[in-house]
Design a protein around this ligand. Structure first.
Ligand SMILES: Nc1ncnc2c1ncn2[C@@H]1O[C@H](COP(=O)(O)OP(=O)(O)OP(=O)(O)O)[C@@H](O)[C@H]1O
Ligand SMILES: [Mg+2]
Length: 251
């Protein structure tokens, strides 16, 4: 039996705008198991964000299938799909979309309220998570009063609080300094491992691969390379050889 939380089969996306046809993702099949944290790397335009948006149920695929806990959302209507997303998936994207008039803690608690699971113990979890992410002083600050990096950390807490099976993050450390980025990814990895979620993080910073279990490199919409040996990952995270594969391509 397939024990994966997330399973894609020949997942593809073609964008068509006027005369332009872009095959952004092409026949990607991957599995993510409970407690597994994957880094998705590759040059700019290789389809990483498109991939994540499809997995987050936010973008229709053109071909192929996605199963989360063995369940497909292909035939769900909009309401069913929104509920499925709310319950099963947590995500942070490049622009973190925090609600501007809610404080840091309220932004995190919002996910609990939307899922009707707001209770005092859950509220305590929200606070503890923000503390673990180093936001002790910012619990009651509005997003506009936070730095980009602090906003990103709130978004990470929000992506985890409602106990999602799948956690997706698109460059969650882009606004953080190296030290803080390492700390945040380490905590993110710990939470995925401890809570047995399926995690995928898109990153351009190979140093962050140190904390993942598997590195998947995309090129031109397809999986080009999978690195799952921890010592190989450690070497790649510390060398510049792999940088060539990840740094944005000049087009
Ligand atoms: N809404 C869209 N309409 C048309 N083409 C798009 C759209 N979004 C992305 N693309 C194209 O699809 C391809 C993949 O884009 P995507 O954003 O998934 O890449 P990426 O790997 O996330 O890049 P980056 O590292 O720069 O964030 C690119 O060629 C891009 O121009
Ligand atoms: Mg992207």
């Amino acid at each position: 039996m397939d024990s994966s939380i997330l399973n894609t089969v020949d997942l593809s996306k073609t964008y068509r705008t006027n005369d332009l046809v872009v095959r952004a993702v092409s026949k990607v099949s991957l599995q993510v198991h409970p407690g597994e944290f994957i880094a998705l790397v590759g040059p700019s335009g290789s389809g990483k964000t498109t991939m994540l948006a499809m997995l987050a149920t936010l973008l229709e695929s053109t071909e192929g299938h996605i199963y989360i806990d063995g369940k497909s959302f292909e035939n769900m209507n909009q309401n069913q799909r929104a509920k499925f997303r709310r319950q099963k998936i947590g995500f942070t994207f490049q622009d973190n979309n925090l609600v501007p008039y809610l404080t840091a803690i309220e932004n995190v608690e919002l996910m609990l309220r939307l899922n009707h699971i707001y209770t005092p113990p859950q509220a305590k979890r929200a606070k503890d998570l923000l503390l673990r992410l180093g936001l002790d002083e910012q619990l009651h600050s509005l997003p506009s009063q936070l730095s980009k990096g602090q906003q990103q950390r709130v978004a990470i807490a929000r992506s985890l609080i409602h106990d999602p099976r799948v956690v997706l993050a698109d460059e969650p450390t882009a606004s953080l300094d190296t030290q803080r980025a390492k700390q945040v990814v380490q905590i993110f990895a710990d939470l995925i491992h401890e809570e047995k979620r399926a995690g995928i993080m898109v990153t351009h910073d190979l140093r962050m691969c140190k904390y993942v279990d598997k590195v998947i490199q995309m090129v031109d919409g397809s999986i080009n390379r999978i690195i799952d040996d921890q010592s190989d990952i450690d070497v790649l995270a510390g060398t510049s050889e792999f940088d060539k594969l990840s740094t944005p391509a000049i087009r």
